[in-house]
Design a protein around this ligand. Structure first.
Ligand SMILES: [Zn+2]
Length: 1003
């Protein structure tokens, strides 16, 4: 399936970026339909009939490229040499295969379908004989937790799904190599190759050159509105998927199956592969060789959200407890028991699906095989039949061979002048009283095991003894911030329920104690150090909640000064604005990770705070950073408190270490996320919560077998909120193919853009933004040109041809280049840009999708009561000014900002129903919530908004804007299909530009 469209042939030179003025009038709507085909010079390609002007018919492309005769005139293969260790033969050490032949394995979708494994080479580094590096396997077995079997009764066999794994047919290798560009993501991050055709000139602000012909906006692929010309109807990509796969059960029993879109509502049934909520891939069919991967430049990556929240109708993970023995693992590669292990020799041995090693089955785990070769207990053991499950870890997996203590939360409140004056300190103290009643706890336990502690600070730190035996809390002051220590052990970290009375007393007193303060300076690094020291003393992991409103300027380690400099924007030195200060901050991150101390920051700046540096520790410890510019208790209180509640209550694991293992032929090489890497394979996180995702990139070591596919296993060792050490395992199997068409067919645009967003956000730390944007554009053009050359049928050069699975990829890519970190505009605050960069690094696929293509929902389009009275939620529309109507009301949200937009001709009855005001003119600014009015429209709109806020990881402040009012500008920057307010092309211009790049690559 291929999407194609005509684009202007006469292009459009994108000149150097000129930042438009903030109040620049919007571009005129481009609404007229294409009258002429944009075909000028090139004749139709071989054998292809001349396309008539106007709509093109759907086109099915044959898998083999008829363009093989096309010779590339570009530079010869100039890409970087393949990295990775030399493939020196690592002999297969296992005994020769014996036992029953492996053919006819009954497990539906089992990767090992009877073929010998592809080769004796082992991927990756030599595996150590340790559970996780850094934690030596202990000698004698310890008396671990009692053998308790599985946590939950395990259901019987799931309904058998359709067929086995899809086996892509073997085919001829693709046409000769496509010229490789030097700069790319998912390869070596190098600058764009000099002499590359048409480098993208910065964020293109203005257009010049020949007058542009107008295109029908509906004729270009859109996230919400698919291409009318292809589908002959104005369907929608998101809606298409929702209609086709929404409301359905998605069974994970098929290898290489592309899951529904993140925007689609579906229920997952785990049948041997991890749910897409936990793992998503950029493509579900890996190219079989490194050469093919290089040729197409499609990044090979998985986005892993190990603690993703599951909807109520999906089964939580089963917990397997093998008691003192611990989890069963392959002797050679240390992969955990999973559905990819093949039992042989009557069930006495198993062959590892990752490294092919043949292992003995431990006596306690032995089970006979049935006549199909499957273990009789297949459906009774999660580790044999499911994609995701947990093991209870033994002492071998614990620090210092000691079972962990339950984690602790420390609340650290900046009580300097600003925070007292704004009422923030009182707000936090009041809120904590209710919040602490709802600390997270393990399913099935009555109260939370998490201990709590309290610190206030300005230039000095105040620790509080809140031991339950005390009548009054006791304060201890530490003013020597150079050598931070915790002045009390007993009574600092306590059980909330036991110490409730003392804690209440303390929370009541804090705002009064500092009511008269004049202290405006604060420290920061000593605050985090105090937290780490407290966890060290208590031998536990945990999280710090730090509430701070200014840059730490007091004399102490980590003191910062203002280094904001807008003059650096769009220069070689712009990257320094994103780079954190090193030294004490870098060291602190390491200490935090080593102790399992996660840091969450709530910032309330009224000016520059150097967020690049202040957020450095959170971004290496799995923490979150929330920012409330110019905090006003009257308007920001709900927004902030909702964030705080979610943050305290979210599901989370502590002191985590993650390893991604792969089957022979490829391996994980790069990791992006709020993580710390001490070596090249182990991802360390002081904590990981339900919203954090790591993006993992893969590289070939060797050819992959189409027969066996590609397997990956993500194992995450962590401490639960109750203090139990566990291993969470997610398994996923992908296809491999020598056909590029298979790869393009199995691509997932939402995952691809997540990878590019994170790669770009990392790259801007070390490279000029201009280079990074050029690489993004070049690689987009390259991926699409490779598709056109190798997978699409011949067609006129004036047609832009996109793979069906990447139809809307360009709109995301264009939007990515317009995000605050990447746009290079002096209009944006340095802190906002740094903040968004850090947010992006930890995001999962749902979050990047929504951030890069905000949801614009017409609550009322024309007739006030018409739209919202239907039972269904209104469908989102394209993110463009053209979709707004003068008498309409629209809601826009991207997971971080939310706007209610009102057309200037909004009928009075609409305003009355929603705001209880006679007309739009009566609406005052600074309204941050809708009044609760008892009429159907008001109820519907409010519940719609509340529902959205509830669903997102972060809370959002509601901004109400009127058409043509000044604040409307803030809203317009989120209309991502239009020209960027701070620079950046419109979607249409970007498509034209990419199209021209593709044509240059192909000729
Ligand atoms: Zn193995």
């Amino acid at each position: 399936m291929t999407a194609r469209m005509h684009l202007p042939d006469t292009f459009i030179s994108l000149h150097a970026y000129v930042a438009p003025g903030p109040m620049q009038s919007p571009p005129p709507p481009t609404s007229s339909v294409i009258q002429q085909p944009f075909q000028t010079s090139p004749p139709p390609a071989m054998g292809q009939p001349q396309m008539p002007p106007g709509p093109q018919l759907p086109h099915m492309s044959p898998p083999q490229s008829p363009l093989a005769s096309m010779q590339m005139s570009g530079p010869p293969m100039s890409g970087p040499p393949m990295s990775g260790p030399p493939m020196s033969g690592h002999p297969m050490s296992g005994p020769p295969m014996s036992g029953p032949p492996m053919s006819g394995h009954p497990m539906s979708g089992h990767p090992m379908s009877g073929q010998p494994m592809s080769g004796p080479l082992m991927s990756g580094q030599p595996m150590s004989g340790q559970p996780m590096s850094g934690q030596p396997m202990a000698g004698p077995p310890m008396s671990g937790p009692p053998m308790a079997g599985m946590g939950r009764p395990f259901p019987g066999p799931p309904p058998s799904g359709p067929g086995g794994f899809q086996q892509p047919g073997l085919g001829a290798a693709g046409p000769p190599g496509y010229p490789q560009q030097a700069g790319q993501f998912g390869g070596h991050m190098a600058g764009p190759q000099p002499g590359m055709p048409g480098a993208f000139p910065g964020a293109p602000g203005g257009l010049a050159g020949p007058p542009q012909k107008k295109l029908d906006p509906d004729s270009i692929p859109s996230i919400v509105t698919s291409w009318r010309l292809i589908h002959s109807s104005k369907t929608q990509v998101i809606e298409d998927d929702q209609v086709k796969r929404g409301g359905q059960v998605y069974s994970t029993n098929i290898r290489g199956q592309v899951p529904p879109l993140v925007t689609t509502d579906f229920t997952v049934q785990d049948q041997g592969n991890a749910s897409p909520r936990f793992m998503r891939c950029t493509t579900y069919s890996l190219p079989s060789t490194a050469d093919l991967a290089k040729q197409c430049q499609v990044p090979l990556a998985a986005i892993i959200k190990p603690f993703a929240n599951l909807p109520k109708n999906e089964t939580p993970l089963y917990v397997v407890n093998h008691g003192e023995t611990g989890p069963i693992r392959c002797n050679r590669c240390k992969a955990y028991m999973c559905p990819y292990m093949q039992f042989i020799d009557g069930g006495r041995r198993y062959q590892c699906g990752f490294c092919n090693c043949v292992n003995e089955v431990p006596v306690f785990f032995f089970q006979h095989l049935d006549h199909m070769g499957r273990r009789a207990d297949f459906y009774e053991r999660p580790e044999l039949s499911l994609g995701s499950y947990e093991f209870v870890a033994t002492l071998d997996y614990c620090k210092n061979n000691k079972l962990p203590n339950p984690p602790a939360y420390i609340f650290m409140i900046d009580v300097s002048y600003n925070n007292i004056k704004s009422g923030l300190v009182k707000l936090i103290c009041d809120e904590l009283k209710t919040l602490l009643e709802n600390l997270p706890s393990e399913e099935g336990t009555e109260s939370s095991a998490i201990n709590v502690g309290f610190v206030t600070y300005n230039k000095v730190l105040h620790f509080y003894n809140v031991k339950s035996a005390l009548a009054q809390p006791q304060m201890m002051v530490v003013s020597d911030t150079a050598e931070m220590f915790v002045p009390l052990l007993d009574g600092f970290l306590v059980n909330y329920q036991e110490s409730k009375a003392v804690i209440y007393n303390l929370l009541d007193q804090i705002p009064d104690m500092f009511a008269e303060t004049n202290e405006s300076e604060t420290v920061f690094v000593p605050v985090i150090q105090a937290g780490v020291e407290a966890f060290k003393a208590a031998e536990c992991s945990g999280k710090l909640f730090i509430f701070q409103s200014s840059m730490p300027t007091a004399e102490a380690p980590g003191k910062l000064k203002n280094r904001d400099d807008k003059k650096l924007v769009n220069t070689e030195k712009e990257k320094t604005l994103f780079q954190p200060q090193k030294g004490v901050y870098e060291q602190l991150s390491k200490e935090c990770v080593a102790q399992g101390c996660c840091v969450d920051l709530f910032l309330f700046p009224s000016q520059y705070m150097d967020i690049a540096t202040m957020a450095d520790v959170p971004s290496h410890t799995g923490g979150s950073v929330y920012k409330y510019n110019n905090f006003q208790a009257s308007t920001d209180v709900y927004h902030f408190l909702r964030d705080l509640r979610k943050d305290v209550q979210k599901s989370i694991g502590f002191d985590a270490i993650m390893r991604v293992r792969t089957s022979t032929g490829f391996r994980a090489t790069e990791f992006f996320g709020a993580v710390h890497m001490n070596n090249t394979t182990d991802v360390e996180m002081a904590a990981v919560d339900c919203d954090k995702a790591m993006t993992v990139e893969f590289k070939h070591d060797d050819a992959l077998s189409e027969e066996t596919g590609a397997l990956m296993q993500c194992a995450l060792l962590y401490t639960t909120v109750n203090g139990q050490r566990r291993l969470r395992v997610h398994n996923l199997s992908l296809n491999c193919s020598s056909q590029l068409s298979e790869l393009y067919k199995s691509c997932e645009t939402d995952s691809l853009i997540n990878f590019f967003a994170k790669s770009a956000c990392r790259a801007i730390l070390n490279q000029p933004l201009k280079n990074v944007r050029e690489i993004l554009v070049n690689q987009t053009a390259h991926m699409l040109a490779c598709y056109r050359k190798n997978c699409a049928s011949p067609s006129a050069a004036s047609q832009l041809i996109l793979p069906d699975a990447m139809k809307v990829f360009p709109v995301y890519m264009n939007s990515l280049m317009k995000t605050a970190p990447l746009v290079g505009s002096t209009e944006l605050s340095t802190d906002d840009r740094a903040h968004q960069r850090l947010l992006l690094m930890g995001m999962g696929v749902e979050d990047t999708q929504l951030l890069l293509y905000p949801r614009l929902t017409p609550l009322v389009q024309d007739k006030p009561t018409h739209t919202m009275q239907s039972l269904f939620l209104p469908a989102p529309v394209r993110c463009s000014e053209e979709r707004l109507t003068d008498s309409g009301m629209f809601l826009l949200e991207n997971g971080h900002s939310m706007f209610l937009w009102l057309g200037q001709a909004s009928p009075p009855e609409l305003i009355q129903s929603i705001f209880n005001l006679p007309s739009l003119a009566h609406l005052q600014g600074h309204m941050c919530a809708l009044p609760e009015l008892d009429n159907p429209l008001s109820n519907k709109v409010r519940s719609f908004i509340d529902g959205l806020i509830e669903k997102r990881p972060n809370s959002m402040k509601l901004n109400i804007v009127r058409q043509k009012d000044k604040p409307e500008m803030l809203f317009r920057q989120f209309l991502v299909e239009d020209k960027g307010l701070h620079g950046g092309a419109s979607y249409m211009d970007f498509l034209c530009y990419v199209h021209r790049e593709i044509r240059q690559l192909l000729t």
